[in-house]
Design a protein around this ligand. Structure first.
Ligand code: ATP
Length: 272
């Protein structure tokens, strides 16, 4: 996969320097994601999942090693990389149409109304362009965030827990929508999630990270029968439970390897 990788982290280490001193978050981290591949990163809080995405997105520069997009070094944010987060960050004073168009406007691209309307329709929001974010439910707002990301037609989608704030029913619907939309368009994606079932149901490959410093502990290729089925159907198929159990066991082991003292799991990694 070396040469065909759309995304790569090569021997990446990353150190944050703050009031508490230097904190090595990722160490000799290697990741390759092929064209059209959907890869999930799971692991305990603070193991560096979001940091890895930020390096791929060009929001951070690695302390050592390099991030590559389509073989070229990542030097900053690019329209070729879309980002979707837990929060939708829609602008409340802009209509849905204007929220979807904003990335294109800022980049100086031609905004074609029919394309924006078509995207909204494709994502189950027909006619929503004139409405405002406060008129929409959380799930609908995330659909708008998805539309905003797709509007620029990026090569790569980085998804940082985009479903985690949603009710179960809406979450599953949105997982399915994201899966179908990205597969249909042949997009390459990296998903960060704490939900093992979500990772198992959506991905071609799941990577389990350990922390302090963040590194790959385990990698699992999801059988094609599951990864191509879509997240709703995958959960019903034989073999799904086995994948889930394997990931669960690895994550339990990561937990067992952590320092035992009662630490705040969210910020525990800063105490070294
Ligand atoms: N800008 C920053 N400055 C200093 N430390 C940071 C910064 N951003 C993140 N960290 C620390 O780096 C570690 C990794 O953070 P990161 O957000 O990448 O982890 P994560 O695996 O995504 O965690 P979570 O699952 O909780 O979102 C954490 O200990 C975090 O507190």
């Amino acid at each position: 996969m070396t040469d065909q990788s759309v995304l790569r982290l090569e021997q990446v280490s990353h150190v944050y320097v703050g009031d508490q001193g230097a904190h090595l978050v990722l160490e000799n981290f290697n990741l390759s994601v092929g064209q059209g591949e959907f890869v999930s990163l799971v692991g305990p809080s603070g193991c560096g999942k979001t940091t890895a995405l930020s390096l791929l997105a060009g929001l951070l520069v690695p302390t050592s090693g390099r991030a590559l997009l389509n073989g070229a070094r990542v030097t900053g944010p690019s329209m070729k990389v879309g980002y979707m987060l837990q929060q939708d960050y829609l602008f409340p004073w802009r209509t849905i149409y204007d929220n979807v168009a904003i990335g294109l406007e800022i980049a100086g691209y031609d905004v074609r109304p029919a394309r924006i309307d078509g995207l909204l329709e494709e994502l189950g929001l027909p006619g929503a362009g004139k409405r405002y974010p406060h008129e929409l439910s959380g799930g609908m707002r995330q659909r708008v965030a998805l539309a905003r990301m797709l509007a620029a037609d990026p090569d790569v989608m980085l998804l940082d827990e985009p479903f985690s704030a949603l009710d179960m029913h809406i979450k599953l619907q949105l997982e399915q929508l994201v899966h179908d939309t990205l597969r249909r368009r042949g997009k390459t994606a990296v998903l960060v999630t704490h939900d093992l079932a979500e990772a198992a149901a959506m991905s071609d490959r799941v990577i389990v990270l350990a922390r302090n410093p963040g590194r790959i502990r385990f990698e699992l290729v999801v059988p094609e029968a599951l990864s191509s089925a879509g997240p709703l159907e995958a959960r019903r198929l034989p073999g799904f439970q086995e994948i889930f159990d394997r990931l669960w066991a690895e994550l339990e082991q990561v937990d067992a390897d952590l320092p035992a003292a009662g630490e705040d799991r969210k910020g525990g990694s800063s105490r070294e």
